[in-house]
Structures are given as C-alpha cells and as structure tokens.
Design a protein around this ligand. Structure first.
Ligand code: MN
Length: 193
C-alpha cells in the first residue's frame, strides 16, 4: 500500500490533513468512515481500512440504504489511517479545499463466510483486485451488507456502491443529505449563501 499519490497532492504545511504515514491498524476490527466533503462540489468520501491505509472512493450522491440505488463511486488515492478521524477546513488553494465532516463511521468485515478461517484483509484485497468487493458495515447509518463493483464500460476508477437486501435495507427513497444535522459546519456554510 502506498500513500505517494496522497502525499503528492498535498502540502502539509498548508493543510490540517494528516501526514502520510502507513498505520499498523488496530489489529482488531477494520474501520470504515464516510466523510461529507464540501469542496468544488459536495460529495461523500467512503473509506475502508486495508493493510494500514484507507482505500477510498468519492461518491457524488452519497451512499444509500436502498438496494435499487446504484451509487457511482470513483476510486481515489489511498488515504492514511489517521484520516478516519479528520474533520475541519482545508484552506483555499489546497487540494480538496473546503469543509470535511464525518457522516458515519464504524467497523466492517468481508461478507465472505469463509473469512473467519482466513485473513480478512487478504480476502478484501483480492476482491478489490477482482473488482467485486462484498462487505458488511457496522456503522450508525450504514448497516448490513454492501457491494462495491468496478464498472466494466466506464473509466477504470468507476465503481458502484450497492446495498444488498437484508433486514437493514429500505425500499423507500434514501437521501444521505437528509441524514445530516442542520447545525453541521457544511449545512451552516450552505445556508449562508
Ligand atoms: Mn473528497
């Protein structure tokens, strides 16, 4: 896992974002985080811990708990593990300038039933390489089984995030923007306009 792309895009004397160090991981549960990011456009950043970094996808419409939604998720550069707790303002002139807040966080595991017998990170790494990742999220908003599937026809970084049918899924319209608090820094900034 490499953070060189993450490093190249940023000047760490000018942004409060964490410096690029590959973490050791907790050795326990693998973490996930979803950050809401108001940059040039408002989007969500979906991150999964793997081998000491955060595999990352930018989701323009945000995640959904409705299995009929297929949310475009653009794979972006790996982020340091420390990024999972990052929230705040990225100053003007820096990569991703704007506001970051944490929308959901928790832990995740492979959906593969054999994972208890094997190293879960090996399974996840193989599934990412194969372009089809199935996992279970244990968050506050996002719960149950999901898939990230690489699209075959579009750009190489284009994936889809899809909720699977389970007891956590909903068949009602799901808008992640409605799952934010009115007093959040991004909502305050949006309403100032
Ligand atoms: Mn972002």
């Amino acid at each position: 896992m490499s953070l060189s792309s993450y490093n190249k895009k940023r000047n760490f004397s000018a942004t409060p974002e964490p410096a690029p160090s590959v973490g050791k991981g907790s050795g326990k549960k693998l973490i996930f985080v979803v950050q809401r990011h108001k940059a040039t456009t408002l989007h969500y950043d979906f991150r999964l811990e793997l081998h000491g970094v955060l595999k990352s996808w930018a989701i323009p419409k945000g995640p959904s708990m409705n299995p009929s939604d297929k949310r475009l998720a653009m794979m972006v550069e790996d982020h340091p593990l420390d990024y999972a707790s990052f929230k705040g303002v990225i100053p003007e002139g820096n990569y991703g300038a704007g506001i970051v807040e944490i929308w959901d966080h928790g832990w995740y595991e492979p959906a593969d039933e054999n994972f208890t017998k094997k190293d879960p990170e090996k399974i996840l790494e193989q599934e990412i390489r194969n372009g089809s990742l199935k996992f279970v999220l244990h968050g506050k908003k996002l719960r149950g089984e999901f898939a990230l599937v690489r699209m075959k026809t579009a750009q190489p970084n284009a994936w889809l995030l899809i909720k699977h049918h389970d007891r956590f899924a909903t068949d009602e319209a799901y808008n992640s923007e409605e799952m934010t608090s009115p007093g959040s820094p991004i909502n305050k900034a949006l309403h100032k306009k």
